[in-house]
Write a protein that binds this ligand. Structure first.
Ligand SMILES: [Zn+2]
Length: 506
C-alpha cells in the first residue's frame, strides 16, 4: 500500500481503579473514527492507548477490595483492553504504565532530561490534594470547599517533593496556543486554557514521598525517597507508546502526535503541564488536543451512588458494536456534553441503520440476485444516473472536510445523507417492477453500495467490513469510493442483512 505520510493519535490513558464505563467508550470510539479515517486516506497510523496504573487511587481501590495493587491493576487493565477490542478501537499499542520494559526506561529518560534543564527542584510543600483527580488545588479554585470534579473534600498534604518549573513556560505556551501551533479543539477550550495561563502559572509537584505512594509507582532517578507523580509518568505514555526510550527510530518517525483525544476534565494536564514538560525536554509539541465532553445517562450524570453507570460491554453484547458506535458518534455532540439512553440507541438503530443503510444494501443485493443472477449488471446510463453517481465524489469530499475539522458527528450525518439519497433513488426508480431502467438503476445502486462500504469505515467498521466482503471487494482507500470497483459482471455474495431491528420496550 502506498502511504501518504503518518498519523499518530492517542486516547487518554485511563485510571484503572474501576471498570470502564460509557464515557471511556465514547472516547475510544471517537479516537478510532479519526484513526480509521486517516488509515483510509493512506496514512500509516499509530494509535496509543493504555492504562494509568501508578496512581494513589489504584492503591486505595485495591486496599478497599483487600487485594494487591498489582492484581487490581491487572484485572482492570484487562477489562479496559477488552472494552477497547469490543468497540473496535484500532490501537497499535496498549501501554500499561506498570510495564517496566516498555514504559519505565523512557520515563526515567524524560525525568533526567527535564532535570538536566534545571527545571526540577525539591521543596517543602503544603497543599490540598484530590486523590480522585490526583491533583493539588488552590483554595481559590474551590469555591464550595470541595473538588469541582468529584465534589469531595480534599486531603491536606505536607511533605518535601520535587517541583517542575512550570512558571518558566507560561509566556511560551501562551504564544504557541494563541497561534494554534498546538491547536486546542474546540475554541471554547482553547480560551479556557489561555485564561488559565494568563492567570499565572505556578510550579507543580512532580513527586510524592514513597510512604504516601505506599511504594507504588516509578522511583525518582537518584532519589529513593520519592516516587514520580502519576501524571508525570502517565503523560509520558504518549512518548513511550511509540518507542521513546526503547525504539528511537519508531519514535522519531511518529512524534509529534497529530492529536491527543481527551475529556474536558483533564484539559489542564494536557494543554498546560504536558506541553511545558515537552518544551523543557526539547521535544516538539503535539499538533492538536481534541477535547470531548461528558456523557450523561437519561439526563443524569453517571455515578456509583445513582447506580446508573452504563457498562459498554453489556451494550455491545446486547446490540453489537456498530449500533453503539453509531449512537455515540451520531447522538452525542462531538465537542460538548451529551446524553445517552438505550431507548435512543434502539430508535437510531431501527430508524436510521436498519431503515436507511441496511434497507438500501439489502434491497440492492436482493434485486441484483433476483434479476441479474447476483452479477453487477451492464447498462447505458442516463443523466439522472450520472447525477446520482456524482453524489459519491461530492459526499466523499464533504465528509473529508468535516473529518479534517474533527467534526465527527457531522461527517457521520453526511454519510447517512448519502445513503439516504441512494435509498430514495432506488425507491423512486422501482426496479422491481420497472423493467425499462432496471439494469442501470441496479448498476448505479451497486456503485453506491461499494462507496458506502468504504466511507462508512471510520464510523461503522464492522459493518463496512461485512459490506465489503458481501460485495467481494478488495481493500480500498477513501479515494476509491468514486471508482468503479465492481465492474459489470462482478459476482456478489448472497444478500445479507447488515443490522437487526431491535424490539422496542416500553
Ligand atoms: Zn477531584
Amino acid at each position: 500500500m502506498i502511504t501518504n505520510g503518518k498519523f499518530y493519535l492517542t486516547t487518554a490513558i485511563p485510571y484503572v481503579n474501576a471498570a470502564p464505563h460509557l464515557g471511556h467508550a465514547l472516547e475510544f470510539v471517537q479516537t478510532d473514527a479519526i484513526a480509521r479515517y486517516w488509515k483510509l486516506r493512506g496514512r500509516e497510523v499509530r494509535l496509543v492507548t493504555g492504562s494509568d496504573e501508578n496512581s494513589l487511587k489504584n492503591v486505595h481501590a485495591a486496599e478497599e477490595k483487600g487485594i494487591s495493587t498489582g492484581k487490581l491493576c491487572g484485572e482492570n487493565a484487562a477489562a479496559f483492553k477488552g472494552m477497547a477490542d469490543a468497540v473496535g478501537l484500532s490501537y497499535t499499542s496498549f501501554m500499561r504504565t506498570s510495564d517496566r520494559k516498555g514504559h519505565w526506561p523512557g520515563i526515567e529518560g524524560l525525568w533526567k532530561r527535564i532535570s538536566g534543564r534545571g527545571d526540577l527542584y525539591k521543596k517543602k510543600y503544603k497543599g490540598l490534594y484530590c486523590v480522585g483527580c490526583e491533583s493539588f488545588y488552590e483554595e481559590s479554585e474551590l469555591p464550595d470547599g470541595v473538588c469541582p470534579e468529584h465534589g469531595k473534600k480534599l486531603e491536606e498534604i505536607e511533605e518535601e517533593n520535587y517541583f517542575f518549573k512550570l512558571s518558566r513556560y507560561g509566556k511560551a505556551l501562551e504564544e504557541l496556543i494563541e497561534k494554534d501551533e498546538m491547536l486546542i479543539l474546540p475554541e471554547a477550550r482553547k480560551n479556557e486554557v489561555l485564561g488559565f495561563i494568563r492567570g499565572g502559572l505556578k510550579d507543580f509537584s512532580v513527586s510524592r514521598s514513597v510512604s504516601r505512594a505506599k511504594g507504588w509507582g516509578l522511583p525518582v532517578p537518584g532519589d529513593p525517597s520519592q516516587i514520580m507523580y502519576v501524571w508525570f509518568d502517565a503523560l509520558g505514555t504518549y512518548l513511550t507508546g511509540i518507542g521513546y526510550g526503547t525504539d528511537e527510530e519508531e519514535f522519531g518517525k511518529f512524534w509529534p502526535a497529530d492529536v491527543h483525544v481527551i475529556g474536558k476534565g483533564i484539559l489542564r494536564f494536557h494543554a498546560v503541564y504536558w506541553p511545558a514538560m515537552l518544551l523543557s525536554a526539547g521535544l516538539p509539541l503535539p499538533k492538536r488536543v481534541f477535547v470531548h465532553g461528558y456523557i450523561s445517562v437519561e439526563g443524569r450524570k453517571m455515578s456509583k451512588s445513582l447506580g446508573n453507570i452504563v457498562d459498554p460491554m453489556a451494550l455491545v453484547a446486547k446490540y453489537g458494536a456498530d449500533p453503539l458506535r453509531y449512537c455515540l458518534l451520531g447522538g452525542v455532540p462531538t465537542f460538548s456534553d451529551g446524553d445517552f439512553s438505550e431507548k435512543e440507541l434502539v430508535a437510531r438503530n431501527n430508524n436510521e441503520l436498519v431503515a436507511n443503510l441496511g434497507n438500501f444494501a439489502y434491497r440492492t443485493q436482493k434485486l441484483i440476485e433476483k434479476f441479474h443472477g447476483n452479477a453487477v449488471p451492464d447498462a447505458e446510463l442516463d443523466a439522472e444516473d450520472g447525477a446520482q453517481l456524482a453524489k459519491i465524489g461530492e459526499y466523499a469530499g464533504r465528509i473529508s472536510a468535516e473529518m479534517e475539522k474533527y467534526e465527527l458527528r457531522r461527517g457521520l450525518e453526511l454519510l447517512m445523507e448519502l445513503s439516504s439519497s441512494f435509498n430514495k433513488y432506488l425507491s423512486d426508480r422501482e426496479p422491481w417492477k420497472n423493467e425499462g431502467k432496471r439494469a442501470q438503476t441496479l448498476y448505479v445502486s451497486s456503485r453506491g453500495l461499494s462507496a458506502l462500504a468504504i466511507l462508512s469505515g471510520p464510523f461503522l467498521p464492522f459493518t463496512a467490513e461485512k459490506m465489503g466482503r458481501g460485495l467481494g471487494m478488495e481493500k480500498a482507500l477513501w479515494e476509491d469510493a468514486d471508482k468503479e470497483l465492481l465492474r459489470p459482471g462482478a459476482k456478489l455474495e448472497a444478500p445479507q442483512q447488515l443490522f437487526k431491528k431491535i424490539e422496542e420496550k416500553r
